[in-house]
Write a protein that binds this ligand. Structure first.
Ligand code: FES
Length: 146
């Protein structure tokens, strides 16, 4: 399996690692097949992501995708952040091997959950739409074969 230089860089030097204390929104997801878990915390200012941190216990691709998602989302509006797709993530990393595409869903779902958590805490409607990891029938390996 060949990883791009960018994947290796984000795996070896992940950005925005940690947990924001007193975060405005928190998203946690777990991949039911491989057991990997990730947590994203965000602060929000004027409906933009002001700060973002992640903790991922998982494979190298899960760590690299989590790292790049935090870089992509920082400064985005909440609407823009929930629209980040697994393809956007893979493209930003210079590609991911097909068998590892599903790992990027962990990061995008974690971000969606953090945004919706912020909105719901503030009495607003969630905007992320269905979150793959909330579906009990979600099989990340089927996603990988798309
Ligand atoms: Fe679990 Fe990559 S193998 S997210």
């Amino acid at each position: 399996m060949i990883y791009s230089e960018k994947v290796m860089d984000h795996f070896a030097n992940p950005r925005n690692v940690g947990v924001i204390e007193d975060a405005d929104g928190v998203g946690e997801v777990g991949n039911p097949v491989c057991g990997d878990v990730m947590k994203i915390t965000i602060t929000v200012d004027d409906d933009r992501i002001d700060d973002i941190k992640f903790q991922t216990l998982g494979c190298g691709a899960a760590i690299a995708t989590s790292s790049i998602v935090t870089e992509m989302a920082k400064g985005m509006t909440l609407e823009q952040a929930v629209d980040i797709t697994k393809k956007d993530v893979a493209d930003a990393l210079g590609g991911l091997p097909p068998a590892k595409m599903h790992c990027s869903i962990l990061a995008t779902d974690g971000l969606k959950k953090a945004v919706d958590d912020y909105l719901v805490r503030n009495g607003r409607e969630p905007i992320a739409g269905p979150i793959a990891h909330d579906d009990p029938d979600f099989d990340p390996h089927e996603e990988a074969e798309e």
